[in-house]
Design a protein around this ligand. Structure first.
Ligand SMILES: NC(=O)c1ccc[n+]([C@@H]2O[C@H](COP(=O)([O-])OP(=O)(O)OC[C@H]3O[C@@H](n4cnc5c(N)ncnc54)[C@H](O)[C@@H]3O)[C@@H](O)[C@H]2O)c1
Length: 438
């Protein structure tokens, strides 16, 4: 394919040189004449393992050249890759100035050129930036409709600085956010022959995936470093701890606990986080990530309370009470906490949990319920139907098949889904359905 790459920084330079080596005919565009001249001299404007040799090779073979002339680049290409910078503004917001400028320039050049061309945004940008900000600019300058007259896609970059040339040829994944299938086909064709799974998703999903990845990477590093500092203060070999931690592919390095759902609870996680944070504080080790896990969890629970408040309705049903399926353990169950808050706010609450029967609760559980939710017995309903008959709003916190089968569709009662129900995707179109975080 004939490709123009806008922005010859880390991402653009590596993309341009690697695409050229895959057999595409590439022209790099940058507002900085020094970078343009460097590339035309066969030299890389960035320092990266292997990039110097690669740029020299593809420039020599004629597969890559550079220009500062947008019109010329657009005239000679069928797809543009936008790799301009999106730095932070002083207040932390995303600077989209370079993206807006380059989109105007590409749009103006396309208006003169005619014929279909696909604009692929590779820069990192917040969900909504492409469709709400850049597509209107492009349509205005092109004088046509995106997805019809001009292709648009978002193709975030997941390569690591330092090893990005190697990563390009063995990517962790390829994400194609497509406005229309034809635009997605163009991006997929660019990377044809490279290994790794290709995900074709809506444009805002592609934008968000990049943020999910980078937020998680930062979180992982911060977590490991905080845990290391606590271990060091407690005289424990942190690397040995993490060696064993990482060997657990069932619960640790796995998809476990990584789907948006309800708040966590139970008799272990809250207690153990509290005592670990307390031990760190006693040892004068600052652990801001670890010490904000429980507050984050409490805020998530509060989201459910606010969703109920927002309905303006008073008669509430709650399905599920124990802290996870198949147990009657109520200690630190987030659903008990939720019930308690709603009860405290005066909602008329009815609860059903097939595993919880007050007369059967023993020991610590019984004591827990008697101190934390003394009116539980009056709120508990024996049957699913009893709750459904009572409720204007139903909170669903269980996958109990009897509950799932009985949940009505439509606009009443309002269904507040706390756990991402198996049919959540279908229900999202229903007027009465509200997902907690989806
Ligand atoms: N650096 C990375 O490893 C990395 C990884 C993934 C994603 N990203 C994202 O990719 C984007 C680019 O990052 P980078 O590190 O390559 O940035 P960079 O600052 O190194 O390069 C950006 C280039 O764009 C050029 N430019 C600005 N306006 C232009 C215009 N109108 N026309 C042509 N060129 C223009 C600049 O002169 C500069 O050379 C950012 O959104 C970044 O967040 C970066």
């Amino acid at each position: 394919m004939r490709v123009s790459v806008f922005g010859l920084g880390y991402v653009g330079c590596v993309s341009a040189a690697c695409l050229a080596s895959l057999g595409h005919e590439v022209v790099g565009v940058d507002v900085n004449p020094v970078k343009v001249d460097l590339v035309n001299d066969g030299r890389a404007p960035v320092v990266e393992e292997g990039i110097g040799e690669l740029v020299a090779e593809v420039v020599r073979s004629g597969a890559l050249r550079a220009t500062a002339d947008v019109r010329e680049a657009i005239r000679d290409s069928e797809v543009s890759l936008v790799c301009v910078g999106t730095p932070s503004e002083p207040n932390g917001s995303l600077c989209t100035t370079y993206l807006e400028r380059v989109t105007e320039e590409i749009g103006a050049a396309l208006a003169e050129r005619g014929g279909r061309h696909t604009v692929v945004f590779r820069s990192t940008m917040l969900p909504g930036t492409c469709l709400n900000l850049l597509v209107p600019i492009l349509e205005k300058y092109v004088g046509g409709t995106a997805g019809v007259d001009v292709g648009v896609a978002v193709n975030p970059e997941f390569l690591r600085e330092g090893t990005s040339v190697r990563d390009f040829f063995d990517p962790p994944k390829t994400v194609v956010g497509e406005l229309d299938p034809a635009s997605g086909d163009v991006v997929a064709a660019l990377y044809e022959g490279l290994p790794g799974e290709v995900f074709r998703v809506p444009v805002p999903t592609a934008e968000a995936i990049k943020y999910a990845d980078n937020a998680f990477h930062g979180l992982k590093i911060g977590f490991a470093n905080e845990l290391g500092a606590v271990c060091q203060a407690l005289g424990v070999d942190s690397h040995q701890v993490m060696d064993v931690f990482l060997a657990d592919r069932k619960l640790n390095i796995s998809p476990a606990y990584l789907r948006p759902g309800f708040a966590f609870g139970g008799s272990c996680l809250p207690k153990d986080l509290r005592s670990l944070v307390h031990a760190a504080q006693r040892a004068d080790v600052s652990v801001p990530i670890l010490s904000h896990v429980l507050p984050s969890n409490a805020d998530h629970l509060q989201r459910a309370v606010e969703l109920v408040e927002r309905t303006g309705k008073r008669r509430v049903g709650l399905f599920g009470l124990s802290f996870k399926p198949g147990t009657d353990d109520l200690r630190e169950s987030p659903l008990v906490e939720l019930a308690e808050r709603l009860f405290g706010k005066g909602y008329e609450l009815r609860i059903h949990d097939a595993n919880v029967n007050v007369s059967r609760l023993l020991g610590a559980n019984r004591e827990y319920i008697e101190t934390r939710l003394p009116h539980l017995a009056q709120l508990l309903a024996d049957s699913v139907d009893e709750v459904l008959e009572h409720a204007e709003v139903c909170l669903v916190g269980t996958r109990d098949p009897a509950v799932l089968a009985a949940l009505p569709h439509g606009d009443a009662p309002v269904i507040i889904d706390l756990i991402h129900l198996p049919d959540a995707e279908a229900r999202r179109a229903e007027p009465g359905y509200v997902g907690l975080a989806w």
